[in-house]
Design a protein around this ligand. Structure first.
Ligand code: DAH
Length: 345
């Protein structure tokens, strides 16, 4: 009889659970209190035959120890929950503030450029960063071994091949991919990351970002190009921004031009940002060379177009008067935090 009861209580102890100090205490009273189940067994023990006393005594004592250990364990486990006397923490206190992330300044400017051209009706096109020689050079009218290829120092992935694989040096390659697959009229901008084997300095980096633009239709003229760039400059740098175009050379455009915007700091009077000239260079552009149209299957007799390309970091540097390109790549939070109010997150 006593044996069965001991086994039953043992099983009960093994399965004991408590969610609070109060519950654990209730179990203690139920098992070990004055009228507790184990205390009762000690009462019964008195009636046990003398020859069995030794064995039952030991088992009963073990049972008591197990129960005490279990209750202590339950009390320890529920100690912090505070459920006995209500929450120990003031739940109405404000939480720990967590730093909110913000967009990177390069992403902010990229988005701004995309939005401006979207308003003008341009779609966004993207292309691979690991490209082939054909799309980066050949189809853009850079003849093989032509010194113009030295304008951009290339990282090769696999060289010595008829069409080497390389990291794109400019986003003009997306122009080619677009012309290969889309019939004119074409109006796209192509933002992306580009790679050049250049020494890192305040003005150059081996990885940076560009936005390429391409517009092809019947009767597109240089006047359209000029207007598109002027409207862009006004949106980006303010309504009173002026542009000037200087003749330049790119293999994929003819004629080609570099564009300066009036200095948004001194408004043309001359300062150290524009080095006293009143002008800041923002992009390269030109009329798409007929050879480039032909290479991608567009009839240059019927269609003409313009293209332009700009560095996003360059625009961002001008916009916020940052004088070292490297800030954009070092991820120094003190720098990045300065832009955290530039957009909502
Ligand atoms: N691809 C040129 C570069 O990386 C930028 C450029 C200049 C793009 C003139 C153009 C352009 O589309 O017409 O330096």
């Amino acid at each position: 009889m006593l044996k069965e009861e001991i086994e039953q209580i043992k099983a009960e102890i093994a399965g004991l659970k408590a969610c609070s100090q109060k519950e654990a205490e209730e179990w203690r009273v139920r098992l070990l209190g004055k009228k507790g189940e184990i205390t009762q067994l000690f009462e019964e023990f008195r009636t046990v035959a003398p020859e069995l006393k030794k064995e039952f005594g030991r088992t009963l004592n073990e049972l008591k120890q197990t129960a005490m250990a279990k209750i202590a364990e339950l009390k320890a486990a529920t100690e912090d929950s505070g459920a006995q006397d209500g929450p120990k923490q003031d739940l109405s206190m404000p939480g720990d503030p967590k730093d909110l992330g913000s967009r990177h300044p390069v992403s902010i400017v990229r988005q701004e450029i995309v939005e401006i051209f979207r308003k003008f009706g341009y779609d966004v096109a993207e292309g691979p960063e690991i490209e082939d020689d054909y799309h980066v050079f050949e189809a853009l009218n850079f003849p093989a071994n032509h010194p113009a290829r030295d304008m951009q120092d290339t990282f090769f992935v696999s060289a010595g091949h008829l069409n080497p694989i390389l990291l794109r040096t400019h986003t003009s390659s997306i122009q080619v991919r677009t012309m290969e697959t889309v019939k004119p009229p074409i109006r796209v901008i192509c933002p992306g990351r580009v790679f050049r084997n250049e020494a890192i300095s305040a003005r150059a980096h081996c990885i940076f970002h560009q936005v390429e633009g391409l517009y092809i239709d019947e009767k597109v003229t240089f006047a359209d190009l000029k207007q598109a760039i002027l409207l862009f400059a006004r949106e980006m740098f303010g309504a009173d921004a002026k542009i000037r175009m200087r003749p330049s050379y790119f293999p994929f455009t003819e004629p080609s031009s570099e564009v300066d915007v009036s200095c948004n700091i001194c408004h043309g009077k001359g300062c150290n940002v524009c080095k006293g000239t009143g002008w800041l260079e923002i992009l390269g552009c030109g009329m798409v060379d007929p050879n480039v149209l032909k290479a991608s299957g567009i009839d240059p007799q019927k269609y003409s177009g313009f293209a332009f390309g700009m560095g996003i970091e360059r625009i961002a540097m001008l916009k916020w008067q940052v004088n070292d390109l490297r800030h954009y790549f070092e991820n120094d939070l003190r720098f990045l935090r300065e832009f955290s109010t530039a957009v909502e997150v």
